[in-house]
Design a protein around this ligand. Structure first.
Ligand code: M6R
Length: 615
């Protein structure tokens, strides 16, 4: 995790780096720091807290000068969040400054060797070890910074995206990546480096994404030079044009990114459909699937791997694939899959789902599946992300940047992509009849409009939130396609309001969670008409007869559940398989409003980070 930003050029680096760090705070926000070289001094300011705290500290000391600078916003791995452990770190001579996102696993051994050679360490971090290792190589082997970085990284085991400079040569910045993302913005006589392109989007649309195992030397008087860390082989830089704009990464009048992203869902789902869902022609067109259709057709089983919310999308997909494409599906947490010895047959297809495309466990699970000979298909949101490049083929969700740590539009667009794939496959296999296929395509096209309608319940949801904001526990129940939605609703509430919540398949309630129910405990039940409606009614009765409070997600005009429930939130009707795309919306809004009412930091909940690049 952690966000890194760097600038080298003729402008003052401070504003660019700090603004960039604010955009990357979703990656970690327990401490922040910046290093600037003003031509005479290397000024490093670091502080526990957010980038706003860093700004205050920098101004206090007037350390804002220099046209080369690097900054960091941290999610602690080695060493508690405090000023000393914050990045940037500098070498014993005081000449080298470094920022690092990742973990150097063998840092203890390296540290001991360096200590034996007289190096001293101020922090508990692995990064301070790395910068001193680079310095040690540079001094002993009398090599350039770039060469020293290459040699040092070959001794390091772990994951990293780093940027390092030497005050003795302030027109050069060296960067490298392995397992953590790193983008280089190429401007006119200036360069930017960052964990993603958002910090430099207003300065340049040209970017180079380093591949795993590559490093780059950015020198103001030369062309950018990229090479393989392992053997120094030269790589031609591939400069690509960025498609995101500034508006997409700003709040656009909403109080929080999460709320903005919830409201973006109708458009986001439309973007997911664009060029793919063609009901008039009665087809679904998806390049990644079409060009691998034989593999999909031959698949005896689909294995889905993901984490968190993406895993919930995978569970929804299990129901959808089995319903339409009649292919068995297994869904696994990537973190479990990678440490089991899973059985993967040559006719299996592995689908990896990840919003960020950088999740370490998902990445490792993909590599393992590939090693075992599987064909791996990625469903990612971030274009050019590590997972999208590591997989054999894939489909982007095209949800646009998701900044709020609590995933919202990523979830619904993931389900959308997976439903498209399932229907595409079903048609090819003939496992859905022509008429049903046709109806589903037309109904899918209506989803963005229906999501918009579901958003219309916002004021009602706010009132419900006001009533239950002080509850200590919540239970979420759903059946069939909506069981994973119950899990997702509970996760949303937990992660941003810190209220304990559990999601359960409604019928499982009587096997344990029913013991929790009393007059104080709210139960959120997804009780839409399609899919075990009568059974869910019985589950509601079971809660009511134990004096539990019911918040029911119902279809418009349902008077039966309205009678039984304490509160109802309406969503439009749709085909059963698509109901998760609608029932999720009120659960996102409910958790959002509760968290806001409890004064929690909705976009940056404690202990979390948007992109989990450590295991
Ligand atoms: O970027 P990914 O989709 O791979 O991320 C997976 C999880 O870390 C993520 O969904 C997490 O659970 C979210 N905070 C949930 O809102």
């Amino acid at each position: 995790m952690c966000g890194i930003v760097g600038y080298i050029g003729s402008k003052q680096a401070y504003q660019i780096v700090v603004k960039g760090l604010k955009r990357l705070e979703y990656r970690g926000y327990d401490s922040a720091g910046i290093a600037l070289y003003d031509g005479n001094n290397l000024n490093i300011t670091k502080t526990k807290g957010k980038v706003a705290d860093l700004e205050a500290a920098v101004f206090k000391d007037d350390n804002t000068h220099g046209s080369i600078g690097i900054g960091h916003t941290r999610w602690a791995t080695h060493g508690v969040p405090n000023d000393v452990n914050s990045h940037p770190h500098y070498s014993n001579s005081g000449d080298l400054a470094i920022i690092h996102n990742g973990i150097i696993e063998n840092y203890e051994a390296l540290k001991q060797e360096l200590k034996n050679r007289g190096y001293v360490f101020k922090s508990d971090t692995d990064t301070e070890v790395l910068v001193n290792l680079i310095e040690d190589v540079q001094l002993n082997e009398k090599v350039s910074l770039s060469k020293a970085v290459q040699i040092a990284l070959n001794q390091a085991i772990g994951a990293y995206a780093i940027a390092v400079f030497d005050v003795k040569n302030p027109s050069e910045l060296v960067v490298a990546r392995l397992g953590s993302p790193l983008a280089i913005g190429v401007g006119e006589g200036e360069y930017f480096v960052a964990s993603d392109a958002s910090p430099f989007i207003e300065y340049t649309a040209n970017a180079v994404y380093l591949e795993d195992g590559e490093m780059a030397t950015i020198n103001l008087s030369k062309d950018i030079e990229i090479l393989k860390i392992k053997d120094g082989a030269i790589v031609d830089p591939y400069i690509q044009e960025l498609k995101i704009n500034l508006e997409q990464i700003e709040k656009g009048g909403f109080d929080h990114f999460m709320l903005k992203e919830i409201y973006e869902q109708p458009n986001a789902i439309n973007d997911t459909f664009r060029g793919r869902l063609l009901p008039e022609e009665n087809i679904i067109r998806m390049e990644g699937v079409d060009s691998n259709i034989k593999k999909f057709m031959a698949a005896k089983r689909i294995l889905i791997i993901a984490c968190g919310t993406s895993w919930h999308a995978g569970l929804v997909a299990e129901y959808i694939f089995e319903e339409f494409a009649r292919v068995p599906v297994e869904v696994d947490y990537a973190s479990e899959f990678r440490y089991r010895n899973p059985i993967i047959n040559k006719d299996d297809i592995v689908i990896a789902i990840s919003q960020s495309g950088e999740t370490a466990d998902t990445m490792a699970a993909i590599k393992m599946a590939k090693d075992k000979g599987a064909f791996v298909f990625g469903v990612c949101n971030v274009v050019g992300s590590s997972i999208s490049r590591e997989t054999h083929a894939g489909a982007y969700t095209h949800a646009g940047p998701e900044i709020g740590v609590a995933s919202t539009k990523a979830f619904t667009t993931q389900i959308t992509v997976l439903a498209l794939i399932a229907l595409r496959l079903a048609k090819e296999k003939g496992s859905i009849d022509r008429e049903q296929y046709h109806y589903h395509l037309y109904e899918m096209e209506q989803i963005p409009k229906k999501v918009q309608e579901a958003l219309g319940e916002n004021d009602n949801i706010k009132k419900v939130a006001e009533i239950y904001k002080d509850a200590e526990d919540f239970l979420y129940l759903g059946r069939g396609f909506n069981f994973p939605v119950a899990l997702e609703g509970a996760l949303k509430l937990k992660e941003i309001s810190y209220i304990h919540a559990e999601g359960y398949p409604a019928a499982e309630m009587k096997h344990g969670p029913i013991a929790l129910i009393d007059e104080k405990m709210p139960t959120v039940v997804i009780a839409t008409k399609k899919g075990h409606y009568e059974k869910v009614l019985s589950n509601i009765q079971e809660v009511k007869s134990r004096k539990g409070k019911i918040i029911a997600i119902i279809n418009k005009g349902d008077t039966v559940v309205r009678e039984l429930a304490d509160h109802v939130i309406e969503v439009p009707e749709t085909r059963e398989a698509f109901t998760p795309l609608l029932t999720t919306i009120p659960l996102q809004l409910l958790s959002y409003h509760i968290a806001v009412m409890l004064n929690k930091n909705v976009d940056q909940p404690r202990n979390l980070a948007k992109s989990v690049t450590v295991e």
